[in-house]
Write a protein of this length. Structure first.
Length: 147
């Protein structure tokens, strides 16, 4: 009985956080946060339509697949930094059970274009908050790599 109690306490107090570390690929020229240029937004619209809309629907919803997230202002996407969103599109989000990984199907540039397209739908204040979070995350990436 005492052993069971110890196991329950250790499990309950354990760190169940998700690993959000991102490995940089050698020779990568990715720059975060993603820049919103007309060219990238237009290219991202095509990539999103061909690869994402079947499940996620239009950026501002509604979704087609119940477990897919809405990427517009009312959704949760903007709560995450661009670097993680980029990785999650390529390798699938942590704990995702339905979304496939797009590594090998989409290039880094296409993923950046999709992110530009999604971000272009957000209100300016949401874009600003998400960009601020992306900048802070990048500062942490640089800081922890320097050690």
């Amino acid at each position: 009985m005492a052993l069971l109690l110890v196991v329950v306490i250790v499990t309950a107090c354990g760190d169940n956080s998700i690993d959000t570390r991102v490995e940089e690929r050698p020779g990568s020229s990715l720059k975060f946060p993603v820049e919103l240029t007309d060219v990238w937004i237009e290219a991202g619209k095509s990539v999103y339509t061909e690869n994402c809309a079947a499940c996620h629907g239009p950026v501002n919803g509604p979704t087609v697949l119940g477990s897919a997230t809405v990427h517009g202002d009312a959704g949760h996407t903007w709560h995450h930094p661009d670097r993680l969103l980029h990785q999650w599109i390529l390798d699938k989000p942590p704990l995702a059970t339905v979304m496939p990984a797009f590594r090998g199907n989409l290039s880094d540039e296409q993923v950046m274009q999709v992110l530009a397209y999604i971000k272009s739908h957000w209100l300016p204040e949401i874009q600003a908050r998400q960009n601020e979070g992306s900048v802070q995350y990048e500062a942490q990436v640089v800081e922890f790599r320097a050690e």
